[in-house]
Write a protein that binds this ligand. Structure first.
Ligand code: ZN
Length: 570
């Protein structure tokens, strides 16, 4: 956690127009500035910056917030990273907070970096000739080995001895998953293996993958660091730290499975590539990917591609509005071997010929069912529906349904009717994109939320009298819920400019700049009464129903209770 006073400080020292103006050209428009929005494609500027209020808002795509939110969106960084960047710009250092969860982590990062150094230099030593030969024999040159800081672990007590001599405690080594308890005390986790350092997107080493370089009976080919304070398999994509610039430039990420599947193509010029550990991407990995691109090319070994069940693992990508293309490799190949045999050009050609998700899934399903029969058609349709229902965009959904109808040669209307039957409420939008929600927001909701964002006094009044559920629109509900849960009543401006949820911040910046939403006491009072009145009326109606029930059943005690409640609504 970065101390709030520091965040307040860097925000008050920076001018939003100056900072955004450093990224994109601005035009003055009265008290404000206008620009062509960098977050969606447009020709006429609908991106507004208010120096007075220190916020920006795009009336085209709904993105908005303060200077830190702009940096998060533009630089594709997390909130703490944006704070760090802004601080660096101002020549300030982010203070470390005592007892912060980070301070323990830093020691783990340090020891992992030292271990990586040791493994790497160990690999380059004269007596590691055979291990180095193993790697060069698999197509890696020395430059690549150095860039990825590949290494070799001796063992069984090497890294432990070396690092303990440098003053690291056994406890820390265990936390970093570098040592494990054995029958005779601790020993190295990685013994006689080639080492692949795993980095986060900031290039800090968080763990290791380790591969046998020669057969060892009973030992698994690959092992990984155990989950710990800085390593979680669910959150990592191997190689993304090297790939991130290329991913942003090319606006696409190629996902493969293994370490060598990343390193070999990367060394031959295919830079926008990273590895998941397993074919099902986790929600955390998807979130990470979305910071850099929404286009993913998934590379499958041919033997995995036939399983319809594993296709369902792709649905979360659709739900997160990722454009997915899928490439099947020829039998017996993985990206590593293919690039070595066919070169980067051969691999690129395959990538260009990838299928979109729809065609890919349909072809796998059609190979498994006989779509000439009604039962076959219905089975394929049902399986396709589960994926299509995850897609947020109405237009894309419709397009897929139309293509499906054609592929199965059934009537479009009946297929759509069938789809709607099963999918009235099962859609699960997961990703928060910057796009504005679409339901119309009543003025009363707008007024209350705008007040909430401008006056701590009004916030307290609203919180005391209104529940998030009382708001009519989903956006106001979500925003109120966020405020009620996170805002303490102090430091309103700082709170608003540190909102990490882009939907909430976009909704707020819209309201703050919208001059049609009045900011006077009368409007506030009437909105508060109206929203609250809606709930009270609802509660009264419920009470009346209960009273009628109690009368029917003759429960006089309950009846009395209910009547008292009815006569004195709070
Ligand atoms: Zn926009």
């Amino acid at each position: 956690m970065i101390p709030q006073p520091f965040i307040d400080d860097i925000q008050s020292r920076s001018d939003i127009a100056e900072i955004i103006g450093g990224y994109i050209p601005l035009k003055r428009a009265g008290r404000n500035f206008k620009a062509v929005c960098p977050f969606h494609a447009e020709k006429t500027p609908s991106f507004l910056i208010s120096p007075q209020k220190q916020i920006f808002h795009c009336f085209g795509c709904g993105a908005g917030g303060g200077v830190l939110q702009f940096m998060m969106l533009y630089e594709k960084v997390t909130f703490p990273e944006a704070v760090q960047m802004l601080a660096t710009r101002l020549g300030l250092e982010v203070p470390a907070q005592k007892g912060a969860p980070d301070s323990g982590k830093q020691a783990v990062y340090d020891v992992l970096a030292q271990a990586a150094d040791f493994y790497h230099h160990n690999l380059l030593k004269e007596n590691s000739r055979r291990q180095l030969d193993y790697l060069t024999g698999r197509g890696l040159d020395l430059e690549t080995i150095k860039q990825f800081r590949l290494g070799f672990s001796g063992g069984p007590l090497r890294v432990m001895d070396v690092l303990r001599k440098k003053g690291f405690t056994l406890d820390l080594l265990a936390k970093a998953s570098l040592v494990v308890p054995g029958q005779e005390g601790f020993r190295d986790t990685f013994f006689d293996r080639v080492m692949f350092p795993i980095c986060d997107t900031r290039s800090r080493i968080v763990g290791f993958g380790a591969r046998l370089w020669q057969e060892r009976p009973g030992a698994p080919k690959y092992i990984n660091s155990l989950e710990g304070p800085v390593y979680s398999k669910r959150e990592q994509l191997f190689g993304l730290n090297f790939a991130r610039d290329a991913v942003m430039r090319q606006d696409a990420l190629i996902i493969v499975e293994g370490y060598m599947d990343v390193i070999v193509p990367f060394s031959r010029g295919i830079k926008n590539i990273a590895a998941s550990s397993g074919t099902a991407l986790t929600q955390e990995q998807i979130k990470l990917i979305r910071r850099f691109t929404s286009n993913v090319v998934l590379v499958y070994d041919s033997d995995q591609a036939g399983e319809a069940a594993s296709l369902r693992a792709l649905d979360p990508l659709l739900a997160n509005e990722i454009n997915l293309r899928i490439v099947r490799l020829p039998a017996g190949h993985d990206p590593d071997s293919l690039v070595r045999k066919e070169g980067a050009e051969g691999f690129r050609k395959l990538l260009d010929n990838g299928q979109d998700f729809f065609d890919f899934k349909l072809s796998v399903l059609c190979a498994a069912s006989d779509v000439r029969t009604t039962a076959g058609k219905s089975a394929v349709a049902k399986e396709m529906f589960t994926s299509i229902s995850r897609i947020k965009s109405e237009i894309v959904r419709y397009d897929y349904l139309a293509r499906l109808a054609q592929a199965l040669s059934v009537k479009e209307e009946s297929l759509i009717a069938e789809f709607n039957k099963g999918n009235v409420s099962s859609r699960q939008p997961v990703a928060p994109g910057p796009a504005a929600g679409s339901d119309p927001v009543p003025l009363t909701d707008k007024v209350l939320v705008k007040f909430m964002a401008q006056s701590p006094g009004a916030f307290a009044l609203i919180k005391g009298n209104v529940r998030p559920d009382d708001f009519v629109s989903a956006q106001a509900r979500q925003t109120a819920d966020y405020f009620f849960k996170n805002y303490s009543g102090l430091g309103l401006e700082a709170f608003i400019s540190s909102i990490e949820d882009s939907q909430v911040s976009g909704f707020l910046s819209d309201l703050i700049l919208d001059e049609n939403v009045p900011l006077d006491k009368a409007a506030f009072k009437s909105s508060l009464l109206k929203v609250r009145g809606q709930r009270l009326r609802l509660e009264q109606k419920l009470l009346r129903d209960q009273i009628r029930e109690a009368e029917k059943s003759g429960d006089s005690c309950l009846l009395k209770q209910l009547m008292t409640k009815y006569m004195s609504p709070k």
